[in-house]
Design a protein around this ligand. Structure first.
Ligand code: NI
Length: 139
């Protein structure tokens, strides 16, 4: 590999706090496998964080209805009364990544929802597949 590129990589991961190059490479590989898994519509878990103005007419009811319709795909919801006007909600979602993404898109697009973001990842058993294969020896 290009020595200059490798040096820049070592400097970069040093700043991030990695003790050595193989730890950083392992995380990069995992991140790439997770991305591929999510693109294939694999099983995922995610947290959707939204901030909304609870004075907007029937918005709280609408958001709650949408979550009820998602059924088992909503694992848990945390609600925080941020200030006089705003609520923050963290919604834990679980299911096929496409379903989670479209549910998040719908919630974010709801009128009165001011800001938010979905952070999704693969379910752990789906990214440790290769390690499991090694342990089992055959497949
Ligand atoms: Ni509130």
């Amino acid at each position: 590999m290009d020595a200059d590129l490798l040096q820049r990589f070592d400097d970069h991961i040093g700043e991030k706090g990695y003790g050595n190059r193989s730890e950083a490479l392992r995380d990069l590989i995992r991140a790439d496998l997770v991305n591929a898994h999510l693109k294939r519509d694999g099983l995922a878990v995610g947290t959707l964080t939204i901030v909304y103005d609870h004075h907007v007419r029937e918005l709280s009811e609408k958001l709650t209805d949408m979550q009820h319709d998602l059924g088992e795909h909503v694992v848990s919801t945390l609600h925080v009364h941020l200030d006089h006007d705003h609520c923050l909600e963290v919604i834990v979602l679980r299911g096929p990544s496409g379903l989670i993404q479209s549910a998040a898109d719908r919630l974010l697009a709801t009128k009165g929802v001011e800001h938010g973001r979905l952070v999704a990842t693969a379910l752990p058993e789906h990214t440790h597949q290769h390690e499991d294969d090694q342990h089992q020896g055959t497949r």
